[in-house]
Design a binder for this molecule. Structure first.
Ligand SMILES: [Zn+2]
Length: 336
């Protein structure tokens, strides 16, 4: 049977009829397999959910304990039979608990990579290549212009700014799942051992990362004693980017707004967002990582989803890998 009869895009998401399940469905379904906890992939209201322990915990933190009818944890590498399909979860290196999902059906092996990156990140298990016939890849940064720099160099820019403006409170925008914890961990790995102040909305996820063995150092709530703005002079405050557009951010001393995102490569985006200090730190593959991964796996077919589909499909065709865009809708990653 042709692969596109075994796994295909349906209105609710990528569907496997042999196992009667969807991967990262965008609307409530009977059975969902979830790659990771970002909100566009991990929605509430499914009947049964199969995901890693961490992804299930993260979904419970974000959506409440009743986020689905029945939750089943999958350990990395364990094969689980679902009807006529055998599925297994493998580290994707994207955020804590993130997985690629391998699906073996009718002698064809698919790998749905979800979101993934190849660069080092001590806050989650590193990406593992999964041999497959059909590789389904994201293409968030799927244009040759996207090259992500060394994240430690970006953290150095923050240190330079702190030296240059020692009185100003440095507000670092970072999405609450994954990026915030990675930025904090990067600061620690670069030798920053002072307290880091966090917006209240990050507290539960930071606590959860710590409970899973990711040391984030001294974290404190970003509150000002007696509303004195000089309280956090020269401090680093990490919060979701949305919080920095609010009045909350203007209470700090001459706030300097930074934003950690792969999109900060695009100067226009930084400008529009009023970002004074763009930090190019991404939890997705850049163009060289995407193309190197495809070469490494050398699958019989590549299916490309969410992002710059056409450019990556074109690259695949030019390099001898049959490819097609999936045109799945509803994925706008919150995590970068
Ligand atoms: Zn994601």
């Amino acid at each position: 049977m042709k692969p596109d009869r075994l796994l295909y895009p349906a209105p609710a998401g990528l569907y496997c009829p042999a196992g009667d399940f969807y991967v990262d469905p965008v609307r409530p379904v009977q059975r969902a397999l979830i790659t990771h906890g970002h909100s566009d992939h991990a929605r509430a209201g499914h009947g049964a959910v199969l995901a890693t322990r961490e992804t299930l915990d993260i979904m419970a933190i974000r959506h409440g304990p009743d986020f689905c009818g029945a939750a089943q944890p999958a350990a990395y590498g364990e094969t689980i039979d679902l009807g006529g399909a055998g599925v297994s979860f493998h580290p994707a290196g994207h955020v804590l608990g993130s997985a690629q999902i391998a699906i073996a059906v009718n002698g064809t092996r698919f790998c749905v990579s979800g979101d993934y990156k190849r660069g080092a990140d001590p806050t989650c298990a590193p990406y593992e290549p999964v041999a497959c016939d059909v590789f389904i890849t994201e293409a968030t940064f799927g244009l040759p212009v996207f090259h992500h720099p060394d994240p430690k160099g970006e953290i150095d820019k923050l240190f330079t700014s702190l030296k240059q403006f020692p009185e100003r409170t440095h507000l670092v925008g970072a999405y609450s799942l994954g990026k915030a914890q990675r930025v904090i961990r990067l600061l620690r790995d670069c030798g920053y051992d002072k307290p880091i102040y966090i917006h209240g909305s990050l507290a539960r996820l930071c606590d959860y990362y710590v409970s899973r063995g990711v040391d984030l150092g001294d974290l404190r709530p970003a509150t000002l004693e007696k509303d004195d703005p000089t309280d956090l002079s020269g401090a680093i405050v990490v919060g979701p980017p949305s919080a920095f557009a609010e009045r909350w951010a203007r209470r700090f001393n001459e706030p300097l707004v930074a934003f950690a995102s792969g999109w900060m490569m695009v100067r226009q985006r930084a400008k529009q967002g009023g970002v004074e200090l763009p930090l190019v730190i991404s939890d997705h593959c850049d163009w060289p990582e995407l193309t190197e991964t495809i070469r490494e796996l050398s699958p019989a077919e590549v299916w490309v989803t969410h992002g710059r589909e056409e450019a990556l499909v074109r690259w695949c065709e030019l390099n001898g890998f049959p490819a097609r865009p999936l045109h799945l809708v509803g994925y706008e990653d919150e995590g970068d």
